[in-house]
Design a binder for this molecule. Structure first.
Ligand code: CDP
Ligand code: CDP
Length: 208
């Protein structure tokens, strides 16, 4: 079984997808980390994420087993990721790995932007997690404050909105719910409440 979890930045996709994978004992893939690795690869080599050739080179030399989580989490790397993610050649270079992962037995949970629409359109369960931009900015700010000095709320909100705009308006695999996705608005939900709703939905989609 494949569970696709998509949605905008800081909606709670990763938290929910990890919890679902644990609940069902499935494999878990954070596909945003792949785009973040490409963005980080370009920037740390002194390149510009808008440079299509540099981004493609980073995507083709990607070693998904070499994820170093801490380096990938900054908002600057998130922004570089969303810039390289506009490039269709970068997207197709990452497709094979994601699709092969999704076929792992007994099941897999993938989180990203286009899992239910492009990577795994045949996924049995598709969840589109969302929350208001203000709630998402507050969540991201709390995460940053745990690691370092917190920036102003307005700065984080502006970054979230800029990333939403870039992810939603791109021509290839834009951020939109699949027509058959279950839309889960987590604005007023705790992690536990969001998980309970997601499990209730997945149960209706499980092969019997
Ligand atoms: O993966 P994505 O960027 O969508 O979000 P995340 O990193 O999973 O979650 C962002 C933050 O929101 C985390 O600190 C979560 O603990 C928190 N959160 C959540 O994930 N779900 C809720 N219903 C409430 C808060
Ligand atoms: O955790 P957060 O939601 O902030 O971002 P992420 O899931 O780590 O993704 C970083 C960026 O990669 C996004 O803003 C997207 O532009 C891109 N991405 C994508 O295009 N397709 C995916 N399946 C996953 C991420």
């Amino acid at each position: 079984m494949i569970i696709a979890v998509d949605g905008p930045a800081a909606a709670g996709k990763g938290t929910l997808a990890r919890a679902l994978a644990q609940h069902y004992n499935y494999h878990f893939l954070d596909t945003g980390a792949l785009y973040r690795m490409v963005g980080l690869g370009v920037v740390s080599a002194g390149g510009d994420p808008r440079d299509a050739a540099a981004a493609l080179k980073a995507a083709e030399s990607l070693r998904p087993d070499k994820v170093n989580d801490a380096d990938l989490r900054s908002e600057a790397v998130g922004e570089a990721a969303s810039i390289v993610a506009v490039n269709p050649e970068v997207r197709s270079a990452l497709l094979g790995f994601q699709r092969a992962f999704a076929r792992k037995e007994p099941g897999a949970v993938l989180d990203g932007r286009d899992i239910g629409t492009v990577v795994c359109p045949d996924a049995e369960a598709k969840i589109f997690v969302t929350a208001s931009a203000e709630v998402r900015a507050r969540r991201r700010l709390a995460e940053i404050a745990e690691r370092s000095a917190a920036p102003a709320f307005d700065v984080v909100l502006a970054e979230i909105k800029a990333r939403d705009a870039r992810d939603s308006s791109r021509a290839h695999a834009p951020l939109i719910p699949a027509s058959d996705a279950y839309v889960l608005d987590s604005s007023d939900l705790s992690r536990e409440e969001a998980l309970a709703k997601a499990i209730a939905y997945v149960e209706t989609r499980r092969p019997r």
